[in-house]
Write a protein that binds this ligand. Structure first.
Ligand code: F6R
Length: 263
């Protein structure tokens, strides 16, 4: 079954989201660019209040940085985050966890540290074999799965590192990164796409969709094509993010630039 998106323009209020969730389909909240993370953080905080020792699924990249900073601000105001376990979506193959460009480092630096979560409860897929991938799936399963999952969207429509062509049934596995993704991430590798690892280990689409709730953040015109295709185009492996429409509880928080229909 696929769900049509429901839009609530200019709203980040919990009241609006509660009403709109009575209608099936991704809820789309529009926010000013510098408010996208703040609105998304409120949604995450609502979930964390009910699941203070649960598993929070986290994306890396630029899109959710403001969300994590806003969560830390909410922690300073009393939100209890120290009991959470963090589970990342993906990691480069061949980059050591201690390397500052690793997603492990990102999660520790931008999320676990500010939220007071010990590194022992930071889970990031690691390695480059099918066995490594299966181990990560088993770890998530043993923890009872992810409660709320934060996702970004690649400009080619990927979620996690599930590049176009990824199947709805895919699980954690080692994947080749597309040229487009390597070009997009060159900024973290001295601007040189050739230095971006060629492979990554990523949760699959089915792994991501197993989360109880999903919050996507997106901003900027560079995401407009992907978001348009994901929300309004066919549900297809060509645009992996479109599979989010098969999940019953997805909220997209995005700015006007990202939500502008592609011409
Ligand atoms: C990161 C991830 C990716 C990013 C996407 C957008 O863990 O899984 O799917 O969310 O590439 O990246 P940014 O936010 O840097 O544009």
């Amino acid at each position: 079954m696929t769900n049509a998106p429901v839009s609530v323009s200019g709203s980040g209020s919990p009241g609006a989201s509660a009403v709109a969730h009575l209608v099936r389909g991704p809820l789309v909240l529009t926010a000013a660019t510098d408010e996208v993370g703040v609105v998304a953080a409120r949604l995450v905080a609502d979930h964390v209040r009910g699941h203070p020792t649960g598993v929070l699924g986290v994306a890396t990249g630029a899109s959710p940085l403001r969300l994590y900073a806003a969560l830390a601000e909410l922690r300073a105001e009393g939100l209890v985050t120290e009991g959470l376990t963090l589970a990342a979506l993906d990691e480069y193959v061949g980059i050591d966890p201690g390397d500052e460009r690793s997603y492990h480092s990102y999660v520790v630096r931008h999320i676990a540290g500010p939220l007071g979560i010990p590194e022992s409860r930071v889970l990031v897929p690691r390695g480059g074999t099918q066995r490594d991938a299966e181990r990560y799936e088993a770890t998530l399963r043993d923890l009872g799965g992810v409660g709320l999952q934060v996702v970004g969207i690649g400009r080619n429509g990927h979620i996690g590192f599930n590049e176009p062509g990824s199947s709805r049934d895919s699980r954690t596995r080692v994947v080749a990164l597309s040229d487009d993704t390597r070009a997009a991430n060159a900024r973290y590798f001295a601007g040189d796409a050739d230095r971006v690892p060629s492979h990554a280990i990523t949760q699959g689409i089915a792994t991501i969709l197993a989360a109880s709730r999903i919050v996507m953040v997106a901003s900027g015109a560079a995401k407009a094509w992907a978001l348009d295709a994901a929300l309004r185009g066919p549900v297809t492996a060509d645009v992996p993010a479109s599979f989010l429409r098969t999940h019953p509880s997805v909220t997209v928080v995005a700015d006007d630039e990202a939500l502008r229909p592609a011409s």
